[in-house]
Design a protein around this ligand. Structure first.
Ligand code: PMP
Length: 380
């Protein structure tokens, strides 16, 4: 139960073990077309260019930004943790005009503050991380995005820890969004998956980027050809991963996006009530919680390495911290994609026993009982 790579459905894994199609074959072209069309649906996008390109989420960060800036463009990074800050590093390769807006740890970004900054003008692009996987803080993309509909500034959303598990739609006013296959899309690591909206496409067609593999103008020709069920070539696609993506997207749409998001909400709530019942404190402030990940401090005297290895022995693998100053003081529970109530209960059971084993006073079953109530009430 780390926040990605997650546990994958059997059908997705077995799709990956099929013989590899030629990337120029009719069979693969049809599958890629289907996967791209379904990517649009999962991103809540009515128009634009979907992509699935071999690389991890960090490639998604680069593709989704480098194509939409010029040298020394003025950009604003809204950072609610480690992955927000990664954009500052990324932009430092392209621009000397990078500004960061960092709300206090655990707090969401204030949409009005973003609007005030951006409406004063001059920003070419703004990035926001929907759920920062290091802090577990979820930003209110719907409120932030609505301001961007009438602005020239391009809004880029990092949906790596959200899309496929949290409520999200490009139609809110998001210009570019992306995720990575290994998280809530439910496909092993290796694909950057995203959608580019019309405002951003217009920009990139006029402004060549300073990159090569990430140049979306080249990819656009290839992707649009595959979207007609025909093959084209720039760089070899990750054939087996795209076949697996198609299977996973079919499963997501079969469950129904609304049902899937609801399931994530209920699993997250059951974990949160349990963690609260055990007396642990969250990093995200009330109202900033994500439904894909729970991030909480360990009790003062519990050593993280001992806690994590005991929890693993008791049946659940959790992740440590990522925020430099406090990374040994907290742990993260990922609960996205195929997450079920059984896994929630195993995880909470392991948290309880690992805490007790490490000297923290805990009444075994207290967290489990709270989680059970939420699951029962919601018929899970
Ligand atoms: N953004 C977020 C929010 C992430 O959680 C991650 C990875 N955990 C990334 C970007 C980078 O993705 P990757 O590790 O696949 O390159």
């Amino acid at each position: 139960m780390i926040p990605g790579p997650i546990e994958y459905e059997h059908d997705v894994l077995s799709a990956m073990s099929k013989p590899t199609y030629a990337h120029t074959s009719k069979e693969f072209s049809e599958i890629f077309k289907d996967a791209l069309e379904k990517t649009m649906i999962v991103f809540g996008a009515k128009e634009g260019l979907p992509y699935a390109i071999a690389g991890s989420g960090t490639l998604g960060m680069e593709i989704s930004t480098a194509n939409f800036i010029k040298k020394d463009s003025k950009v604003l990074v809204v950072s609610t943790g480690y992955f927000g800050d990664r954009f500052v590093d990324l932009f430092s390769r392209f621009s000397k005009n990078v500004e960061a807006y960092r709300p206090p740890l655990g707090s969401q970004a204030d949409p009005k503050q973003i609007y005030e900054k951006v409406s004063k003008g001059g920003y070419d692009l703004v990035t926001v991380t929907h759920v920062d996987t290091s802090s577990g803080v979820r930003n209110n993309i719907k409120e932030i995005a609505k301001f961007f509909r009438d602005l020239d500034t391009i809004l880029v959303v990092d949906g790596v820890c959200s899309i496929g598990g949290e409520d999200f739609s490009m139609e809110w006013g998001v210009d570019v969004a992306f995720t990575a296959s290994q998280k809530a899309l439910g496909v092993p690591p290796g694909l950057a998956v995203g959608v580019v909206g019309p405002k951003a496409i217009k920009f990139m067609e006029k402004n060549p980027p300073l990159t090569f593999y990430s140049d979306l103008r080249i990819w656009q020709n290839v992707l649009r050809t595959y979207m007609q069920g025909k093959a084209a070539y720039f760089a070899t696609p990750a054939v087996n991963l795209i076949v697996a993506l198609d299977v996973s997207l079919n499963m997501i749409l079969k469950e129904g996006i609304e049902n899937r998001i609801k399931r994530h909400q209920i699993m997250a709530e059951s974990i949160r009530v349990a963690i609260k019942e055990l007396g642990l404190k969250f990093i995200p402030k009330e109202g900033s919680y994500a439904n894909t990940i729970s991030v909480q401090y360990l009790p003062e005297n519990v050593k993280q390495t001992d806690f994590l290895s005991d929890a693993e022995r008791f049946g659940a693998v959790f992740a440590g911290g990522l925020i430099p100053d406090i990374k040994e003081k907290y742990f993260r529970i990922g609960h996205m994609g195929s997450i079920t109530s059984s896994e929630v209960l195993i995880a909470i059971g392991a948290v309880e026993r690992a805490l007790k084993k490490n000297g923290y006073k805990v009444e075994l079953g207290k967290g489990l009982s709270a989680a059970q109530e939420v699951l029962y009430k919601n018929s899970y």
